[in-house]
Design a protein around this ligand. Structure first.
Ligand SMILES: Nc1ncnc2c1ncn2[C@@H]1O[C@H](COP(=O)(O)OP(=O)(O)OP(=O)(O)O)[C@@H](O)[C@H]1O
Ligand SMILES: [Mg+2]
Length: 258
């Protein structure tokens, strides 16, 4: 089973947005997909409630610790047998036993970070905890960072670049600040389920994440931030997206095409 933990202790970094988009991508490609929502806010489960009936099925499991309970047990966190892709949405502020439990359940960890000085600082501390206290430094778990809500005029571009350069973790992609993520969330969809021409840049931004989850090495350099899709015009984004998806003959895409 592909088990993806989306986590950052910093609130609002884009964990739920990334989780729902990844889950909907795999579900729309016919993978048996489950979202395990550890957040007491239940945002993923709320997103599932508005998800249209014709879309790929996603099982929602509630893993948030019951209110007032000191244990981690919650019967609703049952993951159906046969799940092929498990996406785990972590709440902000996760640490201690809960962090260790989530790390144990995952084979891939994606850390979204918003390029602001406060977020970058908090994320650096979190990654240290994740590796040491959370037990994620073991070789079996692969960890990578994703920049989220990047604007082409972002004043924190330099801070982000030096943060990424200082990490010994792969940086996969930068996701733009785009209303399409908000539109998709409101409809219970992911960008891969929306009109292809309207979401070309978002699909392109996600491609390195999907490839990495497919076992490929991604060697993004921080200088790639300057040449990413944020700066392309719409027709170029669409052309590049089509070409990139076409060129990518991964096992996942092959299964999707069957
Ligand atoms: N790339 C993006 N473009 C535009 N809006 C975004 C993007 N990513 C996230 N958002 C919006 O930012 C807000 C916070 O995102 P999200 O809920 O995914 O973060 P989170 O890390 O799950 O937050 P929390 O820590 O509260 O669980 C949401 O309103 C979401 O729709
Ligand atoms: Mg969330």
């Amino acid at each position: 089973m592909l088990s993806i933990l989306v986590i950052n202790s910093k609130g609002g970094s884009g964990k739920t947005t990334l989780s729902t988009n990844l889950a909907s991508y795999y579900a729309s490609r016919k993978f048996r997909t489950t979202i395990l929502d550890y957040d007491p806010q239940g945002s993923c489960l709320q997103w599932l409630r508005v998800r249209p009936g014709h879309t790929g099925t996603i099982h929602g499991a509630n893993a948030a610790p019951p209110k007032g309970a000191s244990t981690l047990h919650n019967l609703q966190k049952w993951v159906p047998v046969g799940t092929e892709v498990l996406v785990i949405d972590a709440p902000s502020g996760t640490r201690g036993l809960l962090l260790q439990e989530m790390v144990r359940r995952s084979n891939y960890i994606v850390v979204p970070v918003v390029p602001s000085p406060i977020d970058i600082h908090a994320t650096a501390d979190f990654i240290r905890d994740l590796l040491h206290l959370g037990g994620a430094s073991s070789a079996k778990t692969r960890i990578a960072v994703v920049a989220n809500r990047l604007r082409s005029d972002s004043p924190s571009r330099e801070a982000l670049e030096s943060f990424l350069a200082s990490l010994k973790l792969p940086y996969l992609t930068s996701i733009s600040d785009s209303d399409n993520y908000l539109r998709a969330a409101g409809k219970g969809l992911g960008v891969f389920e929306m009109d292809e021409a309207d979401t070309a840049s978002e699909r392109l931004e996600y491609l390195p994440i999907l490839k990495w989850l497919d076992g490929q090495e991604i060697n993004n350099r921080t200088s790639d931030i300057d040449t990413n899709v944020v700066n392309m015009d719409d027709s170029r984004k669409f052309a590049v997206q089509r070409a990139a998806v076409k060129a990518w003959h991964s096992p996942i895409m092959r299964k999707a095409q069957r």
